[in-house]
Design a protein around this ligand. Structure first.
Ligand SMILES: O=C(O)CCC(=O)C(=O)O
Ligand SMILES: [Fe+2]
Length: 302
């Protein structure tokens, strides 16, 4: 059973400003069939935008299905494409992550996703907010065409980041997160802090770089593709602000010190389109998160 985006996050989410941000099964089939016929992703996105799809959503949907369909071999399940391997996140009800014991609250197998409690202490959450508030800037995303960071309307939040091992406090968190995500510290991008005020949201997107976009090559030149994400919640949100997974009908509600972890690049380099996700609008209060993205290879000097 899959819930539609509208059911997951309220009616204003599915059709926003008269723009469509959800896929019916008919549109899904249309994309799949046209990609199989050899139509370019660009032409499909253009057709969708003419049919009132929100451009960023259309791009993410087409690229997601394209990567999900990419390079299957005779032994792989053709319909789904993505081959699920042993999750990187360690098994068990509790995970010892360097200096802290983390509780697993929920696991999903496909995609490999888990909700984790107690990743950060409340004091650590407060300290991260205090440090970030001092240097907040408007968030940027990677422009698909140029690979440059641009401010866009789809992501109404402010953010800042901390270099890997910036100081003892950040280094301790980087080590803990690396143990939890089961990848070396130097595969990680610097911790990224985001702040959403009332109405702030992050529309559904993929964290991996879409393979067809010219800008992705720029992003992937160092460290390769992103492989997994840990979104940690730094405060309690009065209402709204869930991390939503439209393909799963799953909403993860923010809880101070908890996190959601998901994996989307396997050892073959395939990308899992089921990890489409977004930050639903904050209805009341504010939302602070800190995100860690891990790469296939060494990303930065440590
Ligand atoms: O705000 C959220 O819950 C999701 C954030 C997110 O998707 C990201 O940081 O990549
Ligand atoms: Fe994301």
């Amino acid at each position: 059973m899959r819930l539609s985006l509208a059911q997951v996050s309220g009616l204003e989410w599915g059709v926003r400003m008269n723009m469509v941000t959800q896929l019916t099964p008919e549109w899904r089939d249309w994309i799949r069939e046209n990609l199989a016929r050899g139509c370019s992703a660009q032409s499909l996105v253009a057709d969708m935008v003419r049919n009132r799809f929100e451009p960023a959503f259309a791009g993410a949907a087409v690229h997601g299905m394209q990567t999900g369909m990419a390079a299957p071999t005779a032994t792989e399940p053709r319909a789904e494409g993505y081959v699920y391997e042993t999750p990187r996140l360690p098994p068990g009800n509790r995970i010892i992550a360097a200096d802290r014991e983390v509780q697993v609250a929920l696991r999903v197998e496909q995609p490999a996703l888990a909700v984790l409690d107690g990743v950060l202490s409340h004091e650590e959450c407060d300290e991260l907010i205090r440090r970030a508030a001092a240097k907040l800037q408007r968030s940027t995303i990677v422009d698909p065409a140029t690979g440059k960071h641009e401010t866009i309307a789809d992501r109404s939040s402010e953010g800042t980041f901390f270099e890997i091992n910036a100081d003892d406090f950040i280094a301790r968190l980087d080590r803990r997160i690396s143990a939890l995500m089961n990848l070396p510290v130097d595969h990680g991008e610097g911790l990224q802090i985001l702040h959403y005020g009332p109405g702030g949201e992050y529309k559904p997107h993929f964290d991996f770089f879409p393979p067809g976009d010219p800008g992705s090559a720029v992003q992937m030149a160092t460290g390769g593709q992103r492989v997994s994400t840990l979104v940690m919640y730094l405060n309690e949100v009065e209402d709204g602000g869930a991390t939503i997974f439209p393909e799963l009908g799953l909403s993860v509600l923010p809880k101070k010190g908890s996190a959601v972890h998901f994996e989307y690049t396997n050892s073959r380099g395939q990308l899992d389109p089921r990890t489409l996700h977004g930050g639903a609008p904050v209805l009341r209060g504010e939302k602070w998160i800190v995100t860690k993205w891990m790469r296939q290879r060494r990303y930065g000097a440590v």
